[in-house]
Design a protein around this ligand. Structure first.
Ligand code: FE2
Length: 377
């Protein structure tokens, strides 16, 4: 049986790709203790030490640790004194994503195009240089206080960005097999989804490739709506969620309340062996949402033949969904900071290009069990 219901609208609009994006350059999180967060991403998620900037490189007000795993780079930044923009961001939102940096060939052109089309300025095109070459960066605001920074690095051979030095450590735990950022999801306020859909269409030349409404994504208590925006070449995918009225508070409402505004809900990272990756993550202390065992009883009827051992999937709690093009395996971590806000998805695509709609119900019921424990449902 096909898992793709007729209510999924696959929309293929013609859009001029005036802003080609090569990929995700880095994701920067503002956190209250960058040094400890970097250790967590290394120990638990299999990242490696890459670069550092702070007092030792001449910065006075902040410190950043950069960790890397294959094509994924996280920058973890904390303030070094009170009264900073970074500190205010953390005070309001808790730990969370501030920057999604996009790798482009021409950061000045990308900025000018975006501003011309209505984007809000964050950072004018700026050339940064050191002995390893030069980088041009520019930036615009997205939803909430999240920003996109365009990074042009064709003339740079250094470890990360000018101003950063190589961060070498004795403790270098092996990778867990995470490869690249598959998609990054934003939660926006009720009634604001279409505004941000239009923003990505108009300002960045993205196309809406999918939409889900509250008939697709609802349980007894909660509902949400989602539209998936994709860059012209498909390398960047930003689903955008807004809450839909339900009997109780939805997971998006809970996020908006605790994040005190719009922001990044989850970052999905790809692996090509989800069983191996999730086994390793679990052994290192990463906690995942669990669906009931009954999910697996009906799984093969729903998704058909799969290569993986279903008992291994059941044991780990990995979910499966199928679309016209193939299937995907996915699992969601519990939230990863003090506030019940951001989490990660681990995803392996075997042909499928969708986002696991067939799993939404089972997943949301798992999320609601977590909310219930927190008393926020
Ligand atoms: Fe996702």
């Amino acid at each position: 049986m096909s898992a793709v219901a007729p209510s999924i609208q696959k929309l293929h609009k013609q859009a001029e790709d005036f802003m080609p994006i090569n990929g995700t350059d880095y994701i920067e999180l503002y956190v209250s203790n960058a040094k400890q967060a970097a250790h967590y991403y290394k120990a638990a998620f299999g990242f490696q030490s890459l670069a550092y900037a702070g007092l030792e490189t001449g910065l006075k007000d902040r410190e950043s640790y950069v960790v890397v795993q294959d094509k994924i780079r996280f920058v973890l930044t904390s303030p070094l004194r009170s009264g900073t923009e970074i500190g205010k961001h953390i005070d309001k939102h808790g730990d969370g994503v501030k920057v999604t940096a996009l790798w482009v060939d021409d950061a000045t052109y990308a900025y000018n195009e975006a501003i011309k089309r209505g984007a809000t300025h964050y950072m004018s095109p700026t050339v940064e240089e050191d002995k390893d070459g030069k980088v041009v960066r520019s930036g615009i605001y997205s939803y909430g206080e999240v920003v996109h920074i365009f990074v042009e690095r064709k003339e740079y051979n250094g470890v990360f960005l000018p101003g950063f030095k190589k961060w070498e450590t004795r403790y270098n735990p092996p990778s867990v097999g995470l490869k690249f950022v598959d998609h990054m999801v934003g939660n926006v306020e009720l009634g604001r989804m279409d505004y941000w859909v239009e923003f990505y269409e108009k300002v960045m030349g993205f196309t809406q490739i999918m939409s889900f409404d509250d008939k697709d994504i609802s349980t007894k208590y909660t509902a949400l709506m989602s539209k998936v925006m994709s860059s012209g070449n498909g390398r960047i995918k930003f689903p955008i969620n807004e809450p839909a009225p339900g009997l109780k508070k939805s997971q998006v409402d809970e996020y908006l309340e605790f994040y005190e505004g719009e922001g990044v809900q989850h970052v999905a990272v790809a692996t090509d062996d989800v069983v191996k990756t999730v086994t390793e993550l679990r052994d290192r202390g990463v906690e995942f949402l669990q669906v009931p065992g009954t999910y697996y009883d009906a799984l093969l009827d729903r998704v058909g033949e799969i290569d993986e051992d279903i008992n291994a999937l059941r044991e780990l709690g990995i979910l499966v969904d199928r679309d016209e093009e193939g299937y995907l395996l996915q699992i969601f971590t519990k939230t990863v900071q003090a506030r019940p806000t951001m989490f990660f998805e681990i995803i392996q695509r075997k042909g499928a290009t969708s986002f696991g709609k067939g799993n939404f119900k089972a997943l949301f019921e798992a999320l609601e069990r977590e909310q219930e424990l927190r008393g926020t449902l």
